[in-house]
Design a protein. Structure first.
Length: 324
């Protein structure tokens, strides 16, 4: 079961689809195998990158079960829903399927601090007090702003809340404030994993985050980066991050990012198709040309670096697959 000591990289998994819109079972297995080989510590499914609202309840449960069985890693499942009944039903099913915990975003209608705190109290009651849950703090999408004080109230009043998925932007000072709360004893310890495509991961880690929960198409880079930071190799970590930053930034474009990420995953041979279930965003020929240039530049720069601590040799896998 998920607890407050979770750390490292929990990769946000895409949901592979065939061109016809069905879940691509073979690609799911291949994707999970790739994530495991990359050294991730856990997997998150049915997040925003997983196109969760486009899946039926039955598909959501089946996908969770497949990832749990295939990976052998802790699996967190996004269960956010318009109502608590649907949230509770999905939570019960995925926990029975072997999930380690669930992730919940605040309702977009919650505006005041008290409304936000009450929402999570009601959610915790709906899913069951024995189910560990993650707060998804992504105001760019939910339009709900949670201050450090609000998060402290949620964590303090709901013992099953063991993790924050931190995606506020700017949000570095929020991490500092939360760690200060725990140090002074006014908030229980909590795991903090960060999203936003990894755009601020080195600084987030240095502010006290425990790692990443995001879906960058080079998860082995995220794993290597976190390991370097843990071992105190700050300059090497930032050097590695700088190599990937142009592609990280391109992937993080609102409304376009998932299409970019799936395209890169397809080019790396991780999934068979970059298809999204409709409604979907399509990449223009100009966008594809830009992605190809970014990939070629990244592979060339990685090849020029010494292997070892700075660059994981597995980072070159995509170039070998594309050349094959």
């Amino acid at each position: 079961m998920l607890d407050h000591q979770a750390k490292g990289v929990y990769i946000i998994a895409a949901t592979p689809f065939t061109e016809g819109g069905a879940i691509d079972i073979a690609s799911v297995d291949r994707m999970v195998d790739f994530y495991v080989a990359s050294g991730v510590d856990g997997i998150t499914v049915l997040g925003m990158m997983g196109e969760a609202p486009k899946l039926t309840h039955e598909e959501s449960v089946a996908l969770t079960r497949q990832v749990v069985r295939r990976s052998g890693l802790p699996v967190i499942v996004g269960v956010s829903a318009p109502g608590f009944a649907a949230m509770a039903q999905l939570t019960s099913a995925v926990m029975d399927a072997g999930a380690a915990g669930v992730m919940i975003a605040p309702a977009s209608t919650a505006r005041t601090d008290d409304q936000i705190v009450a929402y999570f109290a009601n959610a915790a009651q709906a899913i069951g007090q024995d189910v560990p849950f993650v707060i998804q703090d992504y105001p760019q999408s939910t339009n709900v702003v949670m201050s450090p004080g609000v998060i402290r109230r949620i964590v303090t009043e709901n013992l099953p809340c063991v993790m924050l998925k931190h995606e506020d932007w700017p949000g570095l000072d929020k991490i500092t404030a939360l760690r200060r709360f725990t140090a002074e004893g006014s908030m229980p310890p909590i795991s903090i994993l960060c999203g936003n495509g990894g755009l601020f991961l080195p600084h987030e880690f240095e502010r006290g985050a425990d790692g990443a929960m995001t879906g960058y198409a080079f998860p082995e880079m995220l794993v290597t980066l976190v390991r370097l930071l843990k071992s105190g190799k700050r300059a090497a970590a930032h050097d590695l991050f700088d190599l990937h930053l142009p592609l990280l930034r391109y992937e993080q474009q609102p409304a376009l990012g998932l299409a970019v990420r799936k395209y890169v995953m397809q080019r790396r041979g991780i999934i068979a198709s970059d298809a999204q279930r409709k409604p979907a965003t399509r990449l223009s020929p100009e966008t594809i040309a830009e992605i190809e240039w970014l990939l070629e530049r990244l592979f060339a720069r990685l090849q020029d670096q010494p292997h070892g601590a700075l660059v994981d040799p597995a980072s070159l896998q995509g170039r070998q697959q594309r050349a094959g």
